[in-house]
Design a protein around this ligand. Sequence first.
Ligand code: M6R
Length: 620
Amino acid sequence: MCGIVGYVGHRQALEVVLGGLRRLEYRGYDSAGVALLDGEGGLAVERAAGALSNLEKRLAEVDGGKFAGRSGMGHTRWATHGAPTDRNAHPHRDTSGQVAVVHNGIIENFAVLRAELEAAGIEMASDTDTETTAHLVAAAYADGPTAGDLTASVCAVARRLEGAFTLVVTHAAEPGKIVAARRSSPLVVGVGEGEHFLASDVAAFIEHTRDAVELGQDQVVTITRDAYRVTDFFAQDVEAKPFSVDWDLSAAEKGGHDYFMLKEIEEQPEALENTLRGHFASGGIVLDELRLTEQDLRDIDKVFVVACGTAYHSGLLAKYAIEHWCRVPVEVELASEFRYRDPVLGRDTLVVAISQSGETADTLEAVRHARVQRARVLAICNTNGAQIPRESDAVLYTHAGPEIGVAATKTFLAQVAANYLVGLALAQARGTKYSDEVAREFAELSAMPEAVRRTLSTVDQVRQLGRELADAKAVLFLGRHVGYPVALEGALKLKELAYMHAEGFAAGELKHGPIALIEEGLPVVVVMPSPKGRALLHSKLVSNIREIQARGARTIVIAEEGDDEVRPFADELITIPAVPTLLQPLVSTVPLQVLAAEIARARGYDVDKPRNLAKSVTVE
Ligand code: M6R
């Protein structure tokens, strides 16, 4: 949620900040704003509700000279406190207009802080929790032990805040300096020649430098043109962790597509290849950062998978693989529900936390809860050094590359592959699979990028279908076994992109209620299992299709090449390559992603930035 950029250096800060915000707009697009320091005590702020383009238009209308400084910051907002209006857009200022603040996260004790400030006679100019921090920093800078020291003032304020936050602060009296504090919310420092950057995500500064520094929990960073300094909330120096970003600008650009999502759908074979690469060595599966012993893995008697949204759907698939290969019970749970129902956890429980961003608040809190209960936590994550992997006992990174489209596509496939690697690693450690069986499963997994490539080469038919379905009122999705999570994922994609009513069902449940929804012409997408691998399930699904067809549904069937049995019952047949059952979701999901994107485009929606959504959900 919310994208933050800060810059101090030798360039025109406005250009750098706007360039960074463009790359971070996926994090929130309710409003945007910038604050620029002119180096002579002037602090210019401009904000606008809506997309970043509104802010850019407004900036083009105002006097350019005002925004010519070489240090500044910017923000794209996903609203939590206060409506998405100009008044609530960041940056927020103190009453003197000397301090400007941008913020990501939620300040949980803001009501108390606000009451305290109002009692002291301060009139609030917005409805946000953020604004309180601008007034608090101004007061700390004006008076008392931190007077005249921006870093110390920010530290003092950060110590008073509860909740999760990244706070970036500037003061007109200290141009050429930006101070940021972080707790449970992302912030990275970019290190250039005579310039430094701050951002929620490296994508914001990758154009200028690949040298970055990761900030830890409860840390403050001060950047100037020539240096950066990292401290704790008590202004004591701490060691920071430098790293180098291993992807370049082209990975974060659209590459000729209208939307990032369309490019990301096409990148799925590479996402799978990169996720699998290097994980089979010396005759076995190797995970990335494993701070658990082989004995720990052998002792596990229960697995919980926790995740949200699309990552949760990938987790549902993990259950099929892990139970099948490892003979250990697996429960899959929405991270937002997990800690509130008091799950039974202990040292022999493995909690697998799946998160593309590694910063989803619900999943992070589930991880923390699991660790307090002494369970072992293994994170599957696409973002190096994010909070969830940092707080876990083991990590397996999905190397899908940056995913900018809000709808998860390539990271879903990469998560499914990573889940299967975890299943195989567990099977190997626990001895439920011989090493040659593990090697065979890995080889089958390694053949999937090619199968996905073949699937992608046949999606024109799906695009055409998407355009035909643009006016449908609703679409249902049915599947059985591993086809069921795929049905859920297909429905989620359609809801979030096309704002269309869509539901995924286990096909066997149809007769227990949902069949009442079937009416003349209702499109129903059915994900068929393999006629050979799952003959019994296949024939049951054929019966389900006949039932809905008899009631007037328009049947859109996704089936393996050569599945002639289902052909007569498909109003529209979409074929996918025949692959082993557990791996079928890696191909059957692809047409559903394309379908949702195409329906959304036909309805005139921005598929990268669906309304009301943000890429990373850092609030509970
Ligand atoms: O970053 P995470 O994987 O933890 O995000 C979880 C969900 O918010 C995410 O998958 C969301 O459902 C996507 N927008 C779905 O396309």
